[in-house]
Design a protein around this ligand. Structure first.
Ligand code: GDP
Length: 583
């Protein structure tokens, strides 16, 4: 069944679900292979194996994806949900933090200084390895830092469905102030709904002006606490190692509010942070465990690859045998190099691993989220918001276009400009649009070659305009669910009329021989006589040996009736056409 195809609710088959089901039970109920359910869960960012249980909400969302109408089993109302039962088992996990900000504002310096100053006594002098993430110890508590700074890594992961970061540290240099990549970082973090802690860096510099930075941030909607807002902001100097412990304390405060928890008592799952091929050791991958406990010997599926964990190292290069939630580990044992941002999970056995990987490898690419697709999703009520990344030629064009766009829409759907800037459309824009299931609109600008490539692989639609009213009109029609897709006709078959005979019900029947491709019931047809079109209509009936058939392929004869009063005679050629959507 095409899981992406919306259907009318009243036509849907019913399925009754209890408060919690395993993947296997759900697959049985939906009459699909368990891997199909696992794959659909993956699309939602949930890694599960065949025996894993899921709660009612998750199961019914999956059932809906497979075209079912969900009925609550009576038991659902009395038993606690899996979420409620699980809550009791959850234990606190440490926060995972990403550092973002404009180039040269001090992201790397900050990560290095935290890493250097916050290791346990035992580890001082240990050789630090860069595995893409590390844990710092502060007053007996741990924080996990992803040490690939920048929003590209952050959003690349999110576009693959991985939500990795709990908190973003936004580094802004006090002498330079808010710059384009600062704005981009804020919008990336906002789109991911990740709280931001601001670190105003380089306060040691004579021309440092932290107050100006605060004002610039306020203009972007990030009002610092001392001005009555709720953005935590800490002045630091990465160079002089000032303000670092204050920053870390504040990270813990934010983490405490987030109440970060995970169940350590289950099969592990998480995200691939980095992966590479080591000439002597083979494929290496840094995994961030997000739920459960990863153990040496576990069989793991990570994107298109799998393997048995042979050896695990922590971020200091020590051998370890298990890793709990929020722990980054370097592992050996995957059969191939994984991709960063891929989700990983522990499975039962090799057989399960292989079948999931096969499914994953050959799964259809995502269809591009074009305006017309979004338009029909809006008219079906599937989406309520159209996220837009807007790029323009000059700064002056941003505000008027943004204001007009945000004024559009109906009660059903609104446009939301999640990021707007001047300049060409870059890979970062594509990733942001992809992660937010939005589109990119360019006004009088161009797209970098890398962005075009990425847009194709991430299935993101880029629309370029040079006339404002046309841009506004397209988005308006999209929001009203009115944007009709355009179709093109594709020649799909040819047949020769070899005889014409009367029929009491259908008027006239053509006895034809299909020479190329196919003809089918309801196909659009053109009738050609000496290479000139003499009529156009639709196949209304198709028969072979007195049996109604759906289609007839080349090399076969059939009787064919055409809708309406269309003229045809022996010797005519009938061409069948398929409509194909043009994006
Ligand atoms: P990134 O591009 O954001 O990772 O920035 P870097 O960490 O590479 O820093 C860029 C430059 O700023 C380097 O030359 C650093 O030495 C310098 N820098 C970083 N932090 C500070 C600071 O707190 N004070 C001063 N004066 N310079 C800093």
């Amino acid at each position: 069944m095409d899981v992406n195809k919306p259907r009318l609710k009243k036509d849907l088959p019913q399925v009754e679900l209890p408060s919690s089901v395993t993947v296997k039970q759900l697959a049985n109920a939906l009459k699909v292979e368990p891997v199909k359910v696992i794959k659909q869960l993956m699309r939602k960012g949930i890694m599960a194996n065949i025996n894993q249980t899921m709660d009612f909400d998750t199961a019914s969302a999956i059932a809906a994806d497979f075209g079912y109408n969900v009925k609550t089993a009576a038991e659902h109302r009395v038993l606690p949900t899996r979420k409620e039962r699980e809550k009791k088992r959850l234990s606190v996990r440490s926060p995972v933090v990403t550092v973002m900000g404009h180039v040269d504002h001090g992201k790397t310096s900050l990560l290095d200084v935290i890493r250097k100053t916050n290791v346990t006594a035992r580890e001082v002098g240990a050789i630090t390895q860069h595995i893409g993430a590390y844990q710092a110890f502060v007053d007996g508590r741990k924080i996990t830092f992803l040490d690939t700074p920048g929003h590209e890594a952050f959003t690349a992961m999110r576009s693959r469905g991985a939500q990795v970061t709990d908190i973003v540290i936004l580094v802004v240099a006090a002498d330079d102030g808010v710059m384009p990549q600062t704005v981009e970082a804020i919008n990336h973090a906002k789109a991911a709904k990740v709280p931001i802690v601001v670190a105003i860096n380089k306060i040691d510099k004579p021309d440092a002006n932290p107050e100006r930075v605060k004002q610039q941030l306020a203009d972007l909607g990030l009002v610092v606490e001392e001005w009555g807002g709720d953005t935590v902001c800490v002045p630091i100097s990465a160079k002089r190692e000032q303000g670092i412990s204050d920053l870390l304390e504040n990270l813990f405060l934010v983490a405490d509010i987030l109440e970060l928890k995970a169940d350590a008592d289950r099969a592990a799952e998480g995200v691939v942070i980095e992966a590479k091929l080591d000439k002597t050791k083979g494929p290496l991958a840094t995994l961030l465990v997000q739920r459960g406990t990863l153990r040496q010997g576990n069989i793991v599926v990570a994107g298109d690859t799998w393997g048995k964990i042979k050896v695990m190292f922590d971020d200091k290069g020590n051998r370890i045998h298990k890793a709990e939630p929020s722990t980054p580990v370097e592992v050996l044992g995957l059969n191939e190099v994984a991709k960063s941002g891929d989700l990983f999970m522990v499975v039962l056995n090799e057989h399960e691993a292989r079948s999931i990987v096969e499914e994953h490898k050959y799964s259809r690419p995502r269809p591009t989220l074009s305006l017309s697709t979004l338009s029909s999703q809006i008219s079906d009520g599937q989406i309520k918001e159209l996220p837009i990344v807007l790029k323009t030629d000059v700064d002056g064009s941003i505000e008027p276009i943004k204001t007009s766009l945000e004024r559009l829409g109906t009660d059903r759907a609104k446009a939301r400009v999640m990021h707007a800037a001047s300049g060409i459309i870059t890979e970062s824009d594509v990733l942001l649009a992809s992660a937010s299931k939005g589109i990119i609109i360019g006004f009088n600008t161009t797209t970098s070659p890398g962005a075009i490539q990425l847009a194709n692989s991430e299935a993101v639609s880029i629309r370029q305009y040079d006339v404002i009213y046309k841009l506004i009109e397209d988005v308006d029609r999209t929001l009203k669910g009115m944007l009709e897709p355009t179709y093109t006709e594709v020649l799909s078959g040819r047949a020769e009329v070899r005889a014409v005979f009367p029929s009491s019900k259908l008027g006239k029947i053509a006895g034809v021989y299909v020479t190329e491709g196919k003809v089918w019931r309801d196909a659009q047809v053109k009738i050609l006589r000496q290479n000139k079109i003499v009529g156009e209509s639709r196949v209304s009936s198709l028969r072979r040996y007195k049996e109604d058939v759906a289609e007839v392929s080349a090399g076969l004869e059939c009787g064919l009736a055409i809708e309406g009063n269309v003229d045809f005679q022996t010797g005519d050629i009938i061409e069948s056409y398929r409509k194909e959507r043009v994006e």
